[in-house]
Design a protein around this ligand. Structure first.
Ligand code: FE
Length: 230
């Protein structure tokens, strides 16, 4: 399975991110133009960009337009590993938008950065996402709510999908695999804040809770993955 996933990564490294990814890259370029390095460093040092993300609705809307600078300290611990669970399928399609036409489920925009422990952004990393639908079921025959994206030059990734339902024995969660060129494969899960079922789920870990804010008719979540490379 590891080799299989790695294969996806190898075949994808030369490709440009599709649709959404290109748009993100343009926006990130715009942001870089807006925020000259000294200005960006100042904002990062004062924590304005990092802390502001979760503070208000306007910031959530902003997050749809611009990816904020990742909050990362040199020497950060790598992201916690978790079990893959029974429903992983290799060879998911490369796509950032997992929403099903006309489903009408609550949309969710999941974005963040893939970083080394030194905070170096990891370009060309594969982020593979799979999760339950709005009824708590996985598609094990096709690829509904399954897809992967490749991080851009700044290590950023973004998916548009839905809020998965809780299912028997599990709180609300996403499954993710992340691998950068030359790094070990990270398999983990992401959780939602203020979810009552978090307290009853033995797999739940606080370190894997996304920062979530309302955004438009859905919600936006942010999580930065730190891989165990310098
Ligand atoms: Fe699951």
């Amino acid at each position: 399975m590891f080799e299989h996933f790695f294969e996806i990564a190898v075949t994808s490294w030369d490709q440009e991110p599709p649709g959404w990814g290109s748009r993100i890259n343009n926006l990130v370029v715009s942001m870089h133009k807006l925020l000259k390095p000294s200005r960006r460093r100042f904002l990062l040092n004062t924590g304005i960009l990092a802390a502001g993300w979760e503070l208000s609705r306007s910031d959530a809307v902003l997050s749809q337009q611009l990816l904020v600078t990742p909050s990362c300290r040199d020497g950060d611990e790598p992201t916690v590993r978790q079990t893959e669970g029974p429903f992983f399928k290799p060879k998911s399609p490369e796509r950032a938008d997992l929403r099903e036409p006309g489903a009408g489920d609550r949309s969710f925009e999941l974005s963040g950065f893939v970083l080394a422990r030194s905070c170096r952004p990891l370009q060309g990393a594969v982020v593979d996402l799979w999760h339950a639908d709005a009824k708590g079921e996985y598609d094990n025959t096709g690829f509904r709510y399954r897809g992967h994206v490749i991080t851009g030059p700044d290590g950023s990734f973004r998916f548009r999908t839905i809020v998965p339902a809780v299912y028997t024995g599990r709180t609300r969660h996403y499954h993710v695999k992340v691998q950068a060129p030359g790094s070990r494969l990270l398999t983990t899960q992401l959780y939602f804040p203020n979810e009552p079922a978090n307290l009853r789920d033995g797999l739940f870990q606080r370190e894997l809770v996304m920062r979530v804010a309302d955004a438009g008719d859905g919600a936006a979540g942010r999580f930065d993955f730190v891989l165990n490379v310098r």
